[in-house]
Design a protein around this ligand. Structure first.
Ligand SMILES: O=P(O)(O)OC[C@H]1O[C@H](O[C@H]2O[C@H](CO)[C@@H](O)[C@H](O)[C@H]2O)[C@H](O)[C@@H](O)[C@@H]1O
Length: 269
């Protein structure tokens, strides 16, 4: 695939800051920092990744955040003892510099809807309900033949709750999330804050929910990188797998250098 970015060194002759100081790095979690697993609690994070991200955050002058569908508390537990800036629940909650700045309210009737979803899961082997309080996910990875039924149930449920929510589809999952939550909004919000402002955003993700984020960084002249080549995407670049990304991140953490060019190595593993 063609590289769609120009080398950072060619972008501005007057810009003498080190390449890493020109970037803001936004990272999705599932399918990006960890491989997709059979169920949400089965994911395994390589033990070198959290310290590498902490080192990279230093290299980037603090401009590093996770942007995920997971709750912040889950990501904190995975990355402990390190704590990062995080947009969780597809942007429904945002923590910056240790402070919770944005938190959508639990959409009306979500509790009631949850009971219906749990009933469906209890009567269909392989269906999992993930209750994230402000949002809820219905998973069918372990029961792929139930995809249509599960998706139809989630569409009906979201419609019944009303305009306060939207349906977010993903890999073998559908989620009901607050209508105003999106990864694109979360990235734009963070990019307006001092630690991130004026930098070139780089967003790396793998799923449908990441497309909003890709569109947002594309609109800001940033770099969008999709893990996997299995479907169309607005992302300008591709990496083959979380392993390929991990190599880049670990190398950058070790060397103390990160530039846009590091993400132009496409389809590698
Ligand atoms: O935005 P992300 O960090 O990519 O989170 C998106 C959703 O990821 C999780 O579900 C996905 O990963 C599971 C574990 O690999 C997999 O079993 C499932 O099929 C995938 O859809 C997570 O459970 C969701 O809460 C996230 O919203």
């Amino acid at each position: 695939m063609t590289t769609l970015i120009e080398p950072i060194s060619a972008r501005s002759a007057s810009d003498t800051a080190p390449a890493a100081q020109q970037l803001a790095l936004f990272l999705d979690f599932d399918g990006t920092l960890v491989e997709i697993a059979p169920s949400p609690e089965d994911v395994k994070l390589d033990r070198r990744v959290a310290p590498a991200l902490a080192a990279l955050r230093g290299t980037l002058g603090g401009a590093l955040a996770l942007v995920s569908g997971r709750p912040i508390a889950f990501l904190d537990a995975m990355l402990a003892p390190h704590r990062f800036d995080i947009a969780g629940l597809h942007g429904a909650q945002i923590r910056l510099d240790g402070e919770l700045h944005a938190q959508s309210a639990q959409p009306g009737s979500l509790r009631e809807a949850l009971r219906d979803l749990v009933r469906f899961a209890n009567s269909h082997v392989g269906i999992l309900v993930e209750d994230k309080r402000v949002s809820v996910a219905l998973h069918w990875r372990l029961a792929p033949s139930l995809q249509d039924e599960a998706l139809a149930l989630m569409r009906r449920t979201a419609a019944r709750i009303g305009p306060g929510v939207r349906l977010q589809e993903g890999k073998s999952v559908a989620e009901i999330v607050p209508a105003n939550a999106s990864k694109g909004h979360a990235i734009a919000w963070l990019m307006a804050k001092p630690a991130y402002a004026g930098r070139r955003p780089v967003f790396i993700g793998d799923d449908i929910t990441d497309e909003d984020g890709f569109a947002a960084v594309n609109a800001m002249g940033g770099l969008s990188v999709r893990i996997g080549a299995d479907r169309e995407s607005q992302a300008g670049l591709r990496l083959a797998s979380p392993t390929a990304l991990r190599h880049i991140l670990l190398e950058a953490a070790e060397s103390g250098h990160l530039s846009a060019d590091d993400f132009a190595r496409t389809n590698q593993d």
